[in-house]
Design a protein. Structure first.
Ligand code: MRU
Length: 344
């Protein structure tokens, strides 16, 4: 099954509502740029490459909203929406990268405003298509670097770095999909990923849709599974990678990496080059989003704890490069200390 979380539908954007999966598969129709800002903030669409693509469509929608032949006024409106989009989620660099791509297209395109409007829809669509092909290539690159023994591997993944988190196929789950397609996958262990349960809700759903053999575990079972020798490799996605290979990804990724290191299990990060922040020398400079504490004290409407308790909810952590075996990109797989070789 082809899962497309973001699609242009003639004059608006159609998003799969990721807050409702797997209980309900439904779409949200986004017609105004500011509604895209809300959709990213509320995680109707989430996952680093997906929020980049969604933001690109947000800029395309902004262009449709403005009725003027004044180029300066047109560009200023795009900048206003771009600022709102940039303030939605701070950690994934793909968001900022995609917005910059779109603004550059707008600045470099000459002609009447109607032509610019069309060009921006086309640019967002191209970005989505490129993102999809990039993920398929990451899947192939990842498959080639997985341990050669045993023939059928049991892999572990975290959060959702699948089709839903990209423009289809996925990064970490893309590697797992490619392994499945090549009959090199025995099983994937999916960590539930508290607090928002992207593993239990989204990765599990994708695996079931695509008939990938998957086992769901709670996050605190990962060490046990590794100690028992059940896991041959861990593959996760990334929200932002610093020049030295330090990698920000969903909170809990760092704990998995330390566990994998202790058990001498290879730990891979799969991400497009657009997830690399070439301006940051190390991971301590990556901004970490803190989200509403309600995500921790409640599941749905259900309270999990007692009112009055203090709560901390960082949404991402940074895995130091020394725990990462390889970074899988569309241009090849490198150890983290050789990431700079890939710099465009
Ligand atoms: O908060 P989320 O759900 O947007 O976090 C998603 C992740 O951490 C993913 O692992 C990451 O964005 C990579 S997605 C290909």
């Amino acid at each position: 099954m082809s899962i497309l979380p973001i699609a242009w539908a003639y004059d608006h954007v159609r998003l799969i509502d990721q807050t409702r999966l797997p209980v309900e598969f439904s779409y949200v129709e986004i017609r105004r740029a500011m509604d895209m800002v809300t959709a990213i903030q509320t995680m109707i669409v989430r996952g680093a490459p997906a929020i980049g693509v969604a933001a690109a469509f947000g800029i395309a929608l902004a262009a449709q909203e403005i009725d003027t032949e004044e180029r300066q006024e047109f560009l200023e409106h795009l900048e206003t929406v771009a600022t709102a989009l940039r303030h939605t989620r701070p950690t994934a660099i793909n968001l900022f990268w995609a917005i910059d791509q779109m603004l550059n297209t707008a600045r470099q395109t000459v002609g009447p405003m109607g032509f610019l409007q069309e060009k921006l829809i086309e640019a967002a669509q191209n970005l989505a298509v490129d993102e999809y092909h990039t993920c398929v290539t990451i899947g192939d690159q990842g498959l080639a670097c997985l341990p050669t023994q045993p023939q059928r591997l049991t892999l572990m993944t975290y959060c959702n770095a699948g089709a839903l988190a990209t423009a289809g196929y996925g990064t970490a789950l893309g590697v797992i999909r490619s392994a499945h397609n090549a009959q090199r996958l025995m099983q994937v262990y999916v960590c539930e990923t508290r607090p928002r349960l992207q593993g239990a809700r989204l990765t599990a759903w994708e695996c079931v849709q695509d008939r990938i053999s998957a086992t769901l575990i709670t996050d605190n079972m990962a060490g046990y599974c590794m100690q028992k020798g059940l896991i041959h490799g861990v593959v996760v996605g990334a929200d932002r990678i610093a020049l030295n290979g330090d990698t920000a990804n969903k909170i809990g990724t760092y704990s998995l990496a330390v566990l994998a290191h202790t058990h001498q299990i290879p730990f891979y990060v799969a991400a497009p080059l657009s997830s690399i922040d070439w301006t940051l020398s190390n991971g301590s400079q990556i901004p970490i989003e803190e989200r509403d504490i309600e995500e921790v004290y409640k599941i749905g409407d259900q309270w999990l704890t007692t009112p009055g308790i203090e709560i901390f909810n960082p949404s991402f952590d940074v895995t130091p490069a020394r725990y990462i075996t390889g970074i899988i990109t569309e241009r090849g797989v490198v150890p983290p200390d050789q990431l700079q070789q890939l710099q465009p």
